[in-house]
Design a protein around this ligand. Sequence first.
Ligand SMILES: NC(=O)c1ccc[n+]([C@@H]2O[C@H](COP(=O)([O-])OP(=O)(O)OC[C@H]3O[C@@H](n4cnc5c(N)ncnc54)[C@H](O)[C@@H]3O)[C@@H](O)[C@H]2O)c1
Ligand SMILES: N[C@@H](CCC=O)C(=O)O
Length: 515
Amino acid sequence: MYTPFKHEPFTDFTVEENKKAFEAALEQVKGDLNKDHDLLVNGEHVQTEDKIISINPANKEEVVGRVSKANQEIAEEAMQAAVTSFEDWRKWSPEARAGVFFRAAAKIRRRKHEFSAYLVYEVGKPWKEADADTAEAIDFLEYYARQMIELGEGKHVESREGEQNRYIYQPTGVAVVIPPWNLAFAIMAGTTVAPLVTGNTVLLKPASNSPVIASKFVEVLEESGLPKGVLNFVPGSGREVGDYLVDHPKTALISFTGSREVGTRIIERASKVQPGQNHLKQVIAEMGGKDTVVVDSSADLDTAVDAIVVSAFGFSGQKCSSGSRAVVHEDVYDEVLERVAKVTSELSVGNASESNVYMGPVVDQAAYEKIMGYMEVGKEEGRLVVGGTGDDSKGYFIQPTVFADLDPKSRMQQEEIFGPVVCFTKAKDFDEAIEIANNTEYGLTGAVITEDRQHIERAARDFHVGNLYFNRNCTGAIVGYQPFGGFKMSGTDSKAGGPDYLALHMQAKTISEML
Ligand SMILES: NC(=O)c1ccc[n+]([C@@H]2O[C@H](COP(=O)([O-])OP(=O)(O)OC[C@H]3O[C@@H](n4cnc5c(N)ncnc54)[C@H](O)[C@@H]3O)[C@@H](O)[C@H]2O)c1
Ligand SMILES: N[C@@H](CCC=O)C(=O)O
């Protein structure tokens, strides 16, 4: 028997004991940096000459780890292992499979700060963000394992005289999992565990900015009793290994989370039937966002300011759920803008390993240059209110930035910047605010700050996003409470951490038996 699902609590770092424990974990992990990490192919640890060098974005000199890189030959071996091991793994009972992930969750919980410390070093997450990322990873393991047990019997369909009917779920086959670097633990773990616990075998190709945390997770799954070949770890270039696996005729399912550009490319490639392929590939693709916080004239302005700041600058705006647009009713526009600018100018930016830092670096040089490029666009299209500067001499630090008076159709209000930048646009009334909010190609998250019940109902009906929040920020979905996934170009609306998610990794089978 298993206990009911319970969320992993966040750590309160104002408690001295917790702060000390986290400092100790940072110290311990620092001593473990710059080590080699292997591939995992058919249960064998494999090292290659060619490595992904994972760097601390807060300190370019610091190597977090050196991760062996797969090529197409190794990817092929891993694919064969996944195909072979599927025949046994798919027959494991849901309880037996779930048991592996309950054990893994327990191991991660015991070493929670250690995993979070890796996130601090590898992707520059401030303590609280790193802790939340690890907690969400544990939640995904616990939640999906329980869900699989519940789905194990299938769902009820009617039988009738002389005929017994059943409706059961069976795994799809070999899954290729391609996660992003930003929720480097939670999304990587969640998208890996969902296909595994449902009986598929997996090839995990981690993001090149976060292969070390992925390698640590794979180690835990190995120690938790996953049979050889069921999970294969194949870090490598997206274009080389990613394309090879996406195109492979034995690939049955692709679970991708990342940018719109790569996601739509994967959907297109996966739709092409390859020689020797006699099935259609299923694709889950969760992609970018251009998320809006709408502030109504009736809004509580303290709530509005907090919602805009947290949405825009949490993890330096590097979340698909980041609120990079503020659409504010003209009656309160000037006041909200002034107050957001003040709070923004006081946010601390620095090395994420320091406890009091609100915003760490952005993830790498390419991200730094892209975001700094948008600063110039913003100055041309709107008015720079605060921030706009960066420093990449030691790490990739960018000041939190507010632009005002943007045209809703401007590039700043349409393109995903994925950095610490929020752009204000004025709306003459609530209808116009919702129209502006909807007017992007994305449809992932949104928030509305209002005290008006009719406006709540209007937005609930017409604000076209997968995750809509009232009177709070638009980030931080919690497993089981806020199943997460977007509409339009934000993805295939596969709600991660929700009751329908596992079914996307399985095929439903109807069985009818004459009695
Ligand atoms: N909707 C969501 O749930 C969600 C969650 C997190 C991040 N995101 C989005 O992810 C993006 C940021 O993440 P990113 O920079 O890692 O995205 P990305 O698209 O650059 O990379 C995502 C993954 O795809 C791989 N990849 C790159 N090229 C590939 C190819 N040709 N074939 C196969 N795989 C390839 C990368 O190595 C990485 O593992 C943002 O757009 C963000 O909004 C979306
Ligand atoms: N699920 C996360 C966002 C994932 C994308 O980066 C949130 O709700 O903030």
